[in-house]
Ligand binder design. Sequence first.
Ligand code: BMA
Length: 878
Amino acid sequence: MILSGPWKLQHFDVGEKPPLELAAPGLDDRFWIEAGVPGDVHSALLERGIIEPPYFGHNDAKCRWIELKEWWYRTTFELDADAVPGEKDERIELVFEGLDTFAAIFVNGHEIGLASNMFRRYPFDITRIVHEGRNTVAIRFDPLELHYRDKERFEWSSYTKERPWIRKAAMNFGWDWGPRVVTAGIWGPVRLERRRRAKLTGVYAATLSASAEEAVIRVKAEAEAFRSGTKAVAVARLIDAERNEVASVELPVLESAEAEAAGGQAALRQAFPHAFRTQGAASAELRIAMPRRWWTHDLGEPYLYSLEVTLVVGGEEVDRYQQSFGIRTLDLSLQDPDGNPSFAFILNGIKVYAKGANWIPADHLIGSIPESTYRELVELAVEGQMNMLRVWAGGIYEKDVFYEECDRRGVLVWQDFAFANALFPDFNRDFMDNVRQEIVDNVKRLRNRASLALWCGNNEIDWLYDMKAAAGDITGPFFGETIYHELIPGLLAELDPHRSYWPSSPYGAQEGYDANDPNHGDRHNWQVWHGSVYPRMHGEKPLLDYSIEGVTFKNFKQDFALFSSEFGMHASANRYTLEKNIPEGQFTWGSAEMAYRNKDTNHRKGILLMEGYTGIPRDIEEYMNFSMLTQAEGLKYGIEHFRRHRHRNSGALVWQLNDSWPGTSWSMIDYERLPKASYYYGKTFFHPVLLSVEHEPGEPLRVWVVNDTLEPLEGTVTLTVHPLSLGGVVAAERQISFEAKIPPQTALPLGSLDEAEALAGLAPEEVLVELRATGFATPANRYYLRDPKELRLPVAELDVQVDEAEQTVTVTASGRSVARLVKLELPLGGVRFSDNYFDLLPGEQRTVHLRHPEGRPLPWAALRVGALNAGTQPGIRC
Ligand code: BMA
């Protein structure tokens, strides 16, 4: 039974009322407000109009009182006479999947336990205190302050000092892309579970081997009986998508009384059978002939079976587990077949070039994020040609729906443990017990997911500890180290032994380098944007270079990482996302409200980046265009470089995929689920088959094809040089063709030509270069030979035709000039544009399909279409 309410909510000052009064079954809570569960306090207050939308203007600051209060939730549930446990081996458990964060839980006025970790699952045995009829649940959430104010402060805890003692999503305290919004409440489902005789306490399944002919899967079931002498078997079945059983096995999880008796204490067992809640486990191998293996969506089909485990006692089914299951092997390889260092994910024996981004919680109000948001974001990731998402440590272990979607759509998940940018008190026993249980809960919950590729100990802690110690900001020991280097690997060896573990990101160093070593492990490139100077040796004082050259994305070409797990640049959110949240008159470049959207440490970095590339924006329109263009072209520049080196580099995960509020950040998709220009660029730079030009001003143009697929490619790649403007005389286009024979999983240079030769008399500031392929399918790719601020780009003219019935917009560059960064805007969140932020050659036409994922009508009358070199205009309806 799910306890979905109605739940009541009220706040009090700390100690204002005695807990037993507020928890009492008979309390008159008529004047309390109704609250959604799962959810959070902010969302409940927002829904009732008690607070104003926290992301509008500076409203987040008006909500700070919420974190200082004691919050009480109450609900009731009814039990029929036959649902009340009669026999001694029946149990009723009240299970909380997510409590945020310090809570005391009461049932029928009895305090049944405390919670102190947002990431844990809290089951409570309430068998003895429930009764027929109405039962009352009450929960008190304490202000966090009560639990950290007397605690030791550490030398390092980014953004706020209270985090290390509080097991809660770090980003709630504010981050360099989001405000401080400290939530409280019941953020996960609450369930009442009634069981007889025994229950499953764990199911584990791992693919040991998987060829096209046969797969071997290890299944393990763990169970607990409510009294001594209970015999139980678990029956594990693997069922295909057509509901045919393809394999099954019986696991004797709980042996008979005789077997137990061998353990001694026979007299005690007989006298007190319920004192012996026997636990047992059994495992076996399943063999599946001709398995359908699970692949990422770019390499094959993410085929899913269903794994079903039933627990049977005395012929009666007493518990059941069911989850989708993908047959695949997946390893992290630190050495390539030639013995060179690598950091590559090997799926069913095939190297996956990981293309994707870092995932943060899709809202600060985590408990209230609708499941549809997860589905849309994962769908967008897939449409954006991504095959891996990294669930970053400063958020949460995501909700089940996220992994379900990744399993279903063939997206790998790199999962961080929730330790980000701080020291943690690993010397404190209570803290470590709490963390241990958090790890056990989440590993057990997620370990059967086909998508789960890697466990990673923390975000940037090992690396930044070294930096901060070298800079003199930390003088003490590396508190927290034993969590990532002892506790977690020890628990994984027991609970999830077939999955790879990496202690931190970035991590790995040799020959005196720091943890951001390009020759070992993964790497974060924060030279671009943050100006962090590299290479850096272990123990060396970190250097920052805040200059145009220091922060430019051109630095990506010096990066020969084995795996790039973080790198990125800011771009503005889309117009609708900003306008919706910025008070009247403040949607201007340089306004205090716009600055408030940007939580980064130093606002100069973005300006420097644009100054060097597009020029400094003069108004909000230019800011949106210039920052979007810089991010899109910058990511393209970096990612194409990483991919051209695919013999060495095996992954590019952009910082960051999504946003948690309508701010300015590194995200590719803004808070309203409207992609930025970089996302649409990604459909090409992340495409499994990439046509790429490697070029610097004055240097030759080198033409490459990167083939991540399992098929060889054969065809012709044509490079065309187009003038940006047709001018008075029609300048001849110049074309050069290359024969292309590209083996599977290879990046190959096809040839090169001198810049002057390519230009054939045209100026480099006046051309666009295009690559197209015939003989194999891949998107065309376009380049400019100089930075935007140097280009001679005349004003473009656009013709815009709207077909509302077909939900299409057709844009034509109707003048004599290239239209750069053509953008379509509608004032509605979540709208899908089949394409956006594209360039059109003179006379070229593009038809864009629009839809809303929930089928909402589109506000056609408010459509705006514009370009970097054309003003915005409404569409003409046809
Ligand atoms: C890395 C991430 C985040 C941060 C981002 C941008 O440090 O791990 O902590 O938001 O860079 O600064």
